[in-house]
Write a protein that binds this ligand. Structure first.
Ligand code: SF4
Length: 226
């Protein structure tokens, strides 16, 4: 039996029936209060779980779990990237330095800005030497991304890079889905290349520009059409 879970369940029951105090030491009260507040706020609970996660071997090489940043009001915009690079791991934030600057320029070019998006990664920890994540690492982290989407209920997602379609479209490749619109319940999904890939392959800039124009149109249809 999970004793902690049983205690929390009982305390939540006591709370529901109107009990406002319990005989316990201050340390136990603090622990229980923390658990109860986490039960009440699902996105915060999820964040707490993710930042302490050791579900796959990537926890051994990371400096920080990059949980995400941006507005958490539901029905907004979301960017889903691949996995943290060395700089993101160092700062604990998505899209920093040169790659972050390019993302800002891409969004500015279509009159959007990063502050409008909740930005997260498909896999929340960096990989050794920046290699693509292994299938078992993607699988271990997958529920976190799906729960973030469930809580945020974004109306529109811009997915960047090769890893997001593997999770969001059941293993489909970016080549197959790039520049097209997909739906996941109430959410529209749009896929294109990651800024880090564009920096290494400047020849794809024109294609990405065309994708961004399509994304802007989609944004207007969803958010500005009323
Ligand atoms: S990559 Fe995801 S599943 Fe693996 S340790 Fe990090 S947060 Fe946990």
């Amino acid at each position: 039996m999970d004793v902690k879970a049983e205690i929390i369940k009982n305390l939540l029951y006591f709370k529901e029936i109107g009990l406002t105090s319990i005989p316990a030491s201050e340390a136990i009260k603090r622990l229980l209060q923390r658990e109860i507040s986490l039960e009440e706020d699902s996105l915060s609970a999820l964040k707490e779980k993710i930042i302490h996660c050791k579900k796959c071997s990537l926890h051994r090489v990371r400096k920080a779990v990059v949980w995400g940043e941006g507005p958490t009001e539901p029905e907004g915009l979301m960017i889903i990237s691949e996995y943290p690079d060395r700089d993101e791991d160092f700062y604990g934030k998505p899209f920093v330095k040169e790659v972050g600057n390019l993302l800002d320029r891409m969004l500015n070019a279509i009159n959007l800005k990063r502050e409008l998006f909740f930005i997260t990664h498909t896999v929340k920890c960096k990989t050794p030497g920046g290699r693509p994540p292994e299938p078992e690492e993607i699988e271990a982290c997958r529920p976190y991304l799906l729960k973030q989407i469930k809580y945020l209920r974004p109306k529109l997602i811009l997915a960047l890079g090769f890893t997001p379609p593997k999770v969001l479209l059941e293993g489909k490749t970016l080549t197959l889905v790039r520049g097209k619109v997909f739906t996941l319940k109430e959410t529209s999904l749009f896929f294109t290349y990651h800024p880090a890939y564009i920096l290494k392959n400047p020849g794809i800039k024109r294609v990405v520009w065309e994708d961004l124009q399509k994304f802007r149109k989609l944004y207007e249809e969803i958010f500005l059409s009323n």
